[in-house]
Write a protein that binds this ligand. Sequence first.
Ligand code: PLP
Length: 438
Amino acid sequence: MARLFPNSFAAPAKIARADGVYLTDTTGKKYMDASGGAIAVSLGHNDSDIIDALDAQERSVAYASRSVFTSQSLEDYAAELGTVLPMESPYIFTVSGGSEGVETAFKMARAYHVARGEDSRHKIISRRGEYHGATRGALDATDRPTYDRLYRPWLGQTARLPAYFEYRCEVPTHPQGCDDYHVAALEELIAREGAETIAAFVFEPVTGATTGVACATQSYWLRAQEICRRNGILLIADEVMCGHGRTGEWFACDHWDIRPDLLVAGKAASSAYWPLGFVAVAESVGRVIHESGLFVHGFTHSQSVVGAAVGLAVLKKMKQLDLVTASATKGKFFADALTATFGDHPNVGDIRALGLFAAVEIVADKESKTPFPRSAYVVEGIQQRALEHGVYVYTSVGMADGTNGEIILMGPAFIATEEELGEMASRLGRAIGTELLA
Ligand SMILES: Cc1ncc(COP(=O)(O)O)c(C=O)c1O
């Protein structure tokens, strides 16, 4: 008998319906979806505009090979993305998700350099404390020991920079010296590896599943961009989790005037109504890649017409309801609600938020920021109790030292009302409870 590969829950609830910010299981129990799955469902569940767009596209053209055809929905989607991306006249290559997007961006970066006669440029730089995906290249750029432990014999090509993580900053002169420290680390790494070997620097402008809503300063980004440009290194912004309005701007790069050469998105690109991601490539880079004919790459579901129709409907809805502004203003309300509900709890070390993107770091000792030992599975216990209290939250571990460290990561749908956001905070507060204390 064939069976579904099990998830980590012994007896997971079977979801039968989803509407707005609610999931309902087969017993009729309702859960508020405070994290939109893995920070993906940005418009809420059962949005009839998105479903209608998907349905209409399926009925007209469900599939047309990208190698010989294009379609109106793809052309329109690319044009519409151009109005919101932090890049001039970008080329768009759509894929089925974030990891595929990151792999595609790495290959594009390599193709660009080879096309310009710089064959030696192949290395990727990434920062500690960031997640870029589960496939081999993306995993190599990722810093999440629990994910890559088994596969290290296949990995090890990526050059690493320190994490930019304010709450657990290791810079001796913190906070004044942080930018200098990180800029020096970038320059040292480039000198050590040799600029002529480096293809690209991939980064999450606002971190997600690893350190949770951590970000660097504007002055760091000004300097880091200048260093990369001077050394011929392409900038790849990984906005798979933080893009599409999540942080209160269309893209997180907008907060610090980051102008990436490539930008990868996924998740909220389709609000999870279709497996969709994309790479946007700056015109000057994309043209070189295209004209060289060297970029031989693609997946069966690249440039999906249905994905494009869904992505386009999502962008239109976001504009129509001004959901980027909603994310910024509701995000402030949500952060205040989280802080008011459990900000002074002895085991809540930090609450970080930007737009409707929030992380709650759970610690054994607030003063020293010491995490609970991973063997205690504290955050899993909170997640389980949260489900009992009727709210689903996403969790992540390992941000303190690779193994220990626990966060609850939230990204409610932009259509959530203040009342619903307050209720999510209150249910999570009950789940954190009073009995943690080390
Ligand atoms: C920043 C970032 N990059 C890449 C990925 C990989 O995306 P996917 O899971 O769609 O392959 C994720 C997924 O969480 C992510 O958060």
